[in-house]
Ligand binder design. Sequence first.
Ligand SMILES: [Zn+2]
Ligand SMILES: [Zn+2]
Length: 73
Amino acid sequence: MQQNQCPTCQSDLQWDGQYFCSDCQQHYKKLVFCPECGNEVEKLKACGAVNYFCNTCNELKSKSKVKVNWEKV
Ligand SMILES: [Zn+2]
Ligand SMILES: [Zn+2]
């Protein structure tokens, strides 16, 4: 299962069109980066599994390897 937690207070984020922390009253945008080249990766869904594809490396990146950053919006 994918955990989307607030980077500030570690509460579970809600989804209201954007990720939202009700404790911090803060919206977040999820940014996912390639662990090799540091560019943003594309999210792919296949057979219920989520994978990420890096256009720069031209290969799939597993969910466990990519870097996730939460940006305040
Ligand atoms: Zn929070
Ligand atoms: Zn890459």
